[in-house]
Design a protein around this ligand. Structure first.
Ligand code: ADP
Length: 421
């Protein structure tokens, strides 16, 4: 709309300029005509005074420029008479511009008399022209009249329009930018709130299972006849303990996240061997992987393996990635752990043959609460916090994590950690 109105006003402005130009042209034309007639009359009057026939020359008045006119005369000429006739003719024709007139000798083409006359309504014609006034009685003169104040007036330019167009464009760009920014923030907030809701749902779901198991087990323990069977008491006590540990683990995860967000996580760094960490953690996973008829392969080729890191958090990092590789492999999991090193870093990559991640989801997997949408199927449990935790911990160790994945083929997560110099 803004551009439409600006366009319209440019058109109107152009039309106004055209009209102004035409008016100026008409006004100039009228002025020139009036001057022409006045000068012809002046010449005729002078010739009559000299008893010469007027109209002897055709076209006696010549317009040299817009404001300069020359009149051929070739007769006796008195400058006072000339001035008086000029003033009276100009006044009659409402020409109120000041003028300068000059008398020329046409043989030498030089000026022999000139005068500036400031013309106004009150300019008087002098009536006592002296008898011995200066006259040029030889043939061969002409006189010129020049209007110094008459300069060509140009119509006003459309510069304000382009100025306002620039300002309007800047304002529009600014508004669009602010609007886009606001929309993007709203969308981000919306996504975040959906993720938070998912998290709360997952969380309650995850907590409900151990709570109900503990509930059932404690009901059994409360039965009056249970003391007769100490083995059963032990079994149920074990279940309660295990479920309690699970609950503790879940709560710990959330607490860790809160600490991570506030930057309160304390790193107790020591020099550790990354291969030892991998082997220790792999042992605990091997059983569950073998239970699912899967296999864990190792290719630990890094020659330098010592890093300065918090052993607990680095163990958690590798455990999270291994756990994911196992969790998100619906068929028998084939997981391989490779290590390499370059000049500065040790590189650990964990590859699986799981369900993989689509590229549009892959770029979000390290975000807090992000879980790849699976519709209504909630077969794999999680909070969407694991990889966020991994990324944050690696960042605090000056390390990094990247991921590549292909749906239905598998994923590879690659960790980089700086070696001790
Ligand atoms: P979660 O608790 O959901 O496992 P994570 O932060 O560990 O949270 O992982 C985020 C999401 O990334 C998961 O929900 C899953 O969809 C996807 N993901 C992570 N690791 C893998 C993997 N190895 N294979 C396929 N998908 C994975």
């Amino acid at each position: 709309m803004q551009f439409f109105w600006i366009n319209k006003s440019i058109q109107t402005q152009n039309q106004t300029i055209d009209i102004q130009k035409k008016n100026i042209e008409i006004e100039n034309q009228q002025f020139e005509n009036r001057v022409n007639i006045s000068l012809t009359n002046v010449r005729d009057k002078l010739l009559l005074l000299n008893d010469e026939a007027a109209g002897f020359y055709l076209d006696p008045v010549k317009q040299i420029t817009k404001n300069y006119f020359v009149v051929s005369f070739y007769d006796t000429l008195s400058h006072e008479l000339l001035e008086n006739f000029l003033i009276s003719e100009f006044q009659q024709r409402h020409i109120q511009e000041s003028f300068e007139y000059g008398i020329y000798d046409c043989f030498s083409d030089s000026i022999i008399y000139d005068k500036y006359v400031g013309l106004s309504k009150n300019t008087k014609i002098s009536d006592n022209i002296s008898a011995n006034q200066q006259k040029w009685d030889h043939d061969g003169h002409y006189f010129g009249v020049y209007f110094p104040d008459r300069i060509e007036s140009a119509p006003s330019k459309a510069s304000e329009i382009s100025y306002s167009l620039a300002i309007t464009s800047i304002i529009i760009i600014l508004i669009v930018a602010i609007f886009t920014y606001a929309i993007s923030i709203i969308l981000r907030q919306k996504k975040l709130s959906v993720m938070r809701n998912d998290f709360i749902n997952n969380m309650t779901h995850e907590l409900k299972t151990p709570i109900s198991t503990i509930h059932i087990s404690s009901d059994v323990l409360l039965r009056t006849d249970i003391h007769k069977d100490p083995e059963r008491i032990k079994r149920y006590a074990k279940i309660i303990k295990a479920e309690n540990n699970r609950l503790e683990g879940q709560v710990e995860k959330v607490l860790q996240l809160a600490k991570l967000e506030k930057g309160e996580i304390q790193l107790n760094k020591s020099i550790i061997n990354i291969h030892t960490v991998i082997k220790n953690i792999a042992e605990t996973f091997e059983i569950s992987i073998q239970d699912r008829k899967g296999k864990l392969h190792f290719e630990l080729n890094a020659q330098h393996v010592e890093i300065e890191a918090d052993p607990l958090h680095i163990t958690n990092v590798i455990a999270t990635i291994l756990d994911n590789a196992n969790k998100y492999s619906p068929a028998e999991p084939e997981i391989s752990i490779n290590t390499l090193c370059d000049h500065d870093n040790v590189i650990v990559s964990i590859q699986d043959n799981g369900k993989g991640i689509k590229s549009e989801d892959l770029k979000h997997v390290f975000e807090k609460f992000y879980r790849v949408p699976t519709g209504n199927i909630h077969d794999v449990k999680g909070f969407g916090l694991g990889l966020f935790y991994v990324k944050s911990i690696l960042k605090s160790h000056n390390g990094n994590i990247t991921a590549t994945s292909e749906p239905n083929i598998g994923s590879t997560f690659t960790i980089t950690l700086p070696l001790i110099k």
